[in-house]
Design a protein. Structure first.
Lengths: 323, 270
């Protein structure tokens, strides 16, 4: 378990973290999700002991780790740009933590081979990092972090430097690995899809604070702030409310609470149909429909339709981001 | 950049010609003139007591100054590249002082401090330590003039590699010394090697500052460069060439020694 209480961190005049608290349950995979500059990496580095908080407490396992150097926190840390030891072979990289702990040579060898097997790099022992692809380097970095059997695994944008295809593969792979290894994992990412697809729990951060913590489903369906709603998926504005494009219903006739709109464009994206509409007040909205729904309405550019939200969302407060 | 074939050949000729004219021809001439009258004459010239003494003095001064500057240089480079402390800008500028100030002025300033009538010299003389016109003075002058090389070679390398690898080592349980020895030092070893080669070249070749503080006592405080100059001004041109060749040999030996630390394979930008 990781427990952070009331952590504040300033760099000069800039407040990177403002009274942040979070709990990461044992064995879970939690994502810290937020735009760049939201403080998520700083929070991870504070948990890892690479930065010291100005105030607040960090507990790892059941030990107060505040002020404990990174060497003795029992953590594994994976960096965005791999931080591979370039002058060492893959074997020596993965063995580093065990060598430092002066474990017997045979044990190190066995453990390294086993880990390389797990991360799919068996046979790469004598290669150098420069001979590996980005994805392979990052898997090596993961094996290196796991070698010392850390209490918690901290991943700082681990797939951020990889291209989209590799990123998606590694994401899947990491989730499977986590299901096998079960080490408490905290992952920093700015990619909501990545967070949604692998995390048990997501903490959304913005402006040096945690906006909301919950399961991906909770956050998507019940965001407590407009920021969380916007960050977790596409939104469109309907009157005073923010609505997801698939939570808007179209009808030919007026219904209670519906708005009149004119169809500007209909885009067929295979199974899905996206309609771009203009409301009476000139506001443009996007609506996501199934093909059947669109066919039934015989939707075409220039048509007048009535739109209403089918989601019941507490989106009455003013949205600070559109101001 | 792509260049047409005639241009390419022209540029190469120009570069090689420049190199030949300024470097190869003079150095070649020294060796040619040295061995013009046969190996026996050279051997005689470099085995006089004065020559042997200056050879060993040069080696001794180098052996003290270069390791000290290397250790100091690495520590300083770490402070400049990694540290955050007040006065860093001033310190950074101060490191370059030996480059900016004329060696003769450096020699004179050492006399002002360590000379018999100098600021510290009197007290040191009372304690029986003679700095100026003695070996310690030569060592000090040499350290002073070759101070910036290692710092200047290593600092950019440290900045370039960043501190992520060091942080990774820390999270894996490595303490400061282990991290330095196993991660930082291997990463900067090329920078250190170049710094050492430059320091050696400067240490064995230094003339101005050493000339001022040494007193040029033959067989005692005369380094090889001073011997070259003395022989040259005494019209012993062949002897001067022979001593120069000896200097060149030391430099070559150091360069060869440094290439042995060359990595077995070139590493990419992993």
């Amino acid at each position: 378990m990781i427990s952070v209480t009331g952590v504040t961190k300033r760099f000069g005049d800039y407040t990177a973290l403002d009274d942040v608290s979070i709990e990461v349950p044992d064995g879970s995979l939690t994502a810290l999700l937020g735009p760049s500059g939201s403080g998520k990496s700083t929070l991870l580095r504070i948990i890892g002991g690479l930065e010291a908080p100005d105030s607040g407490r960090v507990v790892i396992g059941d030990e107060d780790a505040t002020g404990v150097p990174p060497q003795r926190r029992g953590i594994g840390f994976v960096f965005q740009h791999y931080a591979a030891f370039k002058h060492m072979t893959v074997r020596d990289n993965v063995a580093f933590g065990l060598t430092v702990r002066k474990r017997p040579k045979s044990e190190i060898r066995e453990r390294v081979d086993e880990l390389l097997e797990i991360v799919g790099l068996a046979g790469y022992q004598t290669r150098y990092p420069s001979q590996l692809s980005g994805g392979q380097r990052q898997r090596m970095a993961l094996a290196r972090a796991l070698a010392v059997q850390p209490k918690v695994l901290l991943l700082d944008e681990p797939f951020g430097a990889l291209d989209a295809k590799v990123r998606a593969d590694l994401r899947e792979w990491l989730r499977k690995l986590h299901d096998e290894v079960h080490v408490t994992t905290l992952l920093v990412t700015h990619d909501q899809e990545e967070a949604m697809s692998i995390a048990d729990q997501i903490a959304v951060m913005d402006h040096s604070r945690i906006e909301q913590i919950g399961t991906p489903r909770e956050l998507y369906d019940h965001p407590t702030t407009p920021f969380v709603m916007r960050f977790l998926g596409p939104v469109t504005r309907l009157g005073e409310a923010l609505v997801r494009p698939h939570d808007i219903a179209l009808s030919v006739d007026a219904r209670p609470g519906s708005h009149e709109a004119q169809v500007a464009r209909v885009v067929h994206l295979g199974f899905e149909v996206r309609a771009e509409l203009v409301l009476g007040d000139g506001e443009e909205i996007a609506v996501q429909l199934t093909r059947a729904e669109a066919d039934e309405l015989e939707l075409a550019a220039g048509d007048i339709v009535h739109v209403r939200s089918t989601a019941l969302l507490p989106q009455t407060e003013p949205d600070p981001l559109s101001a | 950049m792509t260049v047409d074939r005639p241009w390419r050949i022209g540029l190469r000729t120009l570069a090689l010609g420049y190199l030949a004219l300024l470097l190869l021809v003079p150095v070649g001439m020294i060796f040619y003139r040295t061995f013009e009258h046969g190996v026996a004459a050279v051997w005689e010239s470099v085995t006089t007591p004065a020559a042997i003494s200056s050879f060993w003095l040069t080696i001794e001064v180098m052996a003290i100054a270069v390791p000290l500057n290397t250790v100091f240089g690495i520590v300083m480079a770490m402070a400049l590249a990694r540290g955050r402390f007040p006065g860093k800008g001033i310190l950074n500028a101060l490191i370059d002082l030996p480059f900016a100030v004329s060696p003769v002025v450096i020699g004179l300033s050492l006399i002002l401090v360590y000379g018999i009538n100098g600021w510290l010299g009197g007290a040191l003389a009372d304690a029986g330590i003679q700095v100026i016109f003695s070996v310690p003075g030569i060592v000090l002058a040499t350290i002073f003039v070759s101070l910036p090389f290692v710092v200047r070679e290593v600092t950019p390398v440290l900045k370039e590699i960043g501190d992520e690898q060091e942080q990774a080592a820390a999270t894996l349980g490595a303490g400061g010394w282990t991290t330095f020895r196993r991660i930082t030092l291997p990463a900067i070893r090329w920078g250190v090697a170049y710094g050492v080669v430059l320091s050696v070249a400067r240490a064995i070749g230094e003339f101005g500052a050493v000339s001022v503080v040494s007193g040029k006592i033959s067989g005692e405080t005369e380094t090889l460069t001073l011997l070259v100059e003395k022989r040259f001004t005494n019209f012993d041109v062949a002897g001067a060439y022979a001593a120069s060749a000896l200097l060149a040999l030391i430099a070559l030996a150091v360069l060869l020694a440094m290439t042995t630390i060359k990595p077995r394979r070139e590493e990419g930008d992993a």
